[in-house]
Design a protein around this ligand. Structure first.
Ligand SMILES: Nc1ncnc2c1ncn2[C@@H]1O[C@H](COP(=O)(O)OP(=O)(O)O)[C@@H](O)[C@H]1O
Ligand SMILES: [Mg+2]
Length: 246
């Protein structure tokens, strides 16, 4: 089966930084997978995600989308972003238009879709993320949970085949969190793959089929959830055995 997204041996060091953030990180995602990306702060989860749709370019290694090497031109990046959508950890990094409707339609219009098709996609994404009644609202006046759903709708309106979500469930109340997982699950049944970076181990264990574990800039494990949570060394790496005592 051709992988939807392949990250192969990625190396990356942030400018001015002594240590590389990625040291040979590899990951291969296929269609319809629910994957949790775990690992302590600084392990490289966000940096990995920024490589997956070309926001960062590796110093060595390769990103392949649906089997094709990512090309770092405007056109190549647009093609990659049609397939790989990234929902940022902080929605304020993602929302920049005056109104919710404009924000959600930015992606589809940027893809060069005609206005009618773009409008259709915006309506569909807004319905799925339950932000239809927010469409005329200014983005800056929304709550955190509303902003996240708008950011997610903006990504979904591009109809990507892979969604990378960076700690998006962290600041949410339990109801909102359940809603976001419900949206992810609906997408997965349509063949979309969702990769969620999270520190919420119980949510990861319940929701994910596969778990990827990062440590020091590498993906050190990629296995079914039960296998990862059943492995003493991996449990230590993801902090599953930390107790509350100080
Ligand atoms: N913008 C940046 N500039 C310099 N170093 C960064 C930047 N973002 C992340 N890093 C460093 O890269 C490493 C990986 O960070 P990150 O990908 O954010 O990890 P995670 O998302 O797993 O917490 C860390 O050492 C972090 O300090
Ligand atoms: Mg991060």
């Amino acid at each position: 089966m051709t992988a939807l997204l392949e990250l192969e041996q990625l190396f990356y060091r942030f400018p001015g930084s002594a240590e590389p953030a990625l040291r040979g990180a590899s990951l291969r995602l296929e269609a319809g997978q629910r994957v949790a990306l775990l690992g302590r702060n600084g392990a490289g989860k966000s940096t990995l995600m920024l490589h997956a749709n070309g926001l960062l370019r590796p110093s060595s290694g390769q990103v392949r989308v649906a089997g094709e090497p990512l090309v770092y031109t405007r056109r190549g990046l647009l093609a990659a972003r049609r397939q790989v959508g990234l929902v940022f950890q902080n929605p304020d990094d993602q929302l920049f238009s005056a109104s919710v409707a404009q924000d959600i339609s930015f992606g589809p219009l940027n893809l060069g879709l005609d206005v009618v098709e773009a409008r259709r996609r915006v309506a569909e994404a807004a319905t799925l993320c339950e932000v239809r009644d927010l469409l005329d609202r200014p983005t800056h006046a929304l709550s955190g949970g509303q902003k996240l759903r708008v950011a997610l709708a903006g990504v979904l309106a591009m109809a990507p085949r892979v969604i990378l979500a960076d700690e998006v469930t962290s600041g949410l109340d339990p109801w909102m969190r359940r809603q976001v997982f419900a949206i992810f699950n609906r997408l997965v049944t349509q063949g979309v793959t969702v990769l969620l970076a999270t520190h919420d181990l119980s949510a990861a264990r319940q929701w994910a089929d596969q778990v990827a574990v990062m440590d020091a800039g590498q993906v050190v494990a990629f296995a079914p959830s039960d296998a990862v949570f059943g492995d003493a060394d991996l449990r230590r790496l993801i902090g599953a055995d930390e107790c509350m005592e100080v």
